[in-house]
Design a protein. Structure first.
Length: 139
């Protein structure tokens, strides 16, 4: 339901964790994010200018996550190769672990950046309305 948190959901989709049968292109991911943002933006009576701004933010997120997906695939291939070797190199596994943590950190930072960018687009009243909705739907 939360527009700014969509990049974090998208990161999972980009890594193949959201059940989509096919790999999503940058354009497909951008469209998914925009579609899912519409309900939230409607709930806070976002203007057309705000909608366009948020969509621009989500286009950037989609592009960045698409690039990160390639890194994830490369790391996965390296891990499979390392684990399939006759002798497992623990230093190599540690190197891969550190690279994976770096990738996760960058994806998280990108998501938080998108959250801040989206917050800048919305008014204080709109953000308060969203926070009130989140509190009502908290589990």
């Amino acid at each position: 339901m939360l527009v700014p948190m969509l990049p974090l959901f998208a990161a999972g989709c980009r890594l193949g964790r959201c059940g989509h049968a096919r790999e999503m292109s940058k354009e497909d991911l951008a469209e998914l994010l925009k579609d899912r943002s519409e309900h939230v933006l409607d709930e806070v009576d976002a203007t057309e200018a705000q909608v366009r701004s948020v969509h621009g933010i989500l286009d950037g997120v989609a592009a960045d996550l698409t690039a990160m997906r390639k890194e994830h695939q490369d790391l996965r291939a390296q891990l499979i190769k390392a684990l399939g070797a006759d002798r497992v190199d623990r230093q190599e596994l540690e190197r891969l672990r550190r690279q994976a943590l770096d990738l996760i950190d960058r994806a998280s930072a990108r998501g938080l950046g998108a959250l801040a960018d989206t917050s800048d687009v919305l008014t204080a009243e709109q953000r308060r309305d969203l926070v009130a909705q989140w509190r009502r739907h908290a589990h």
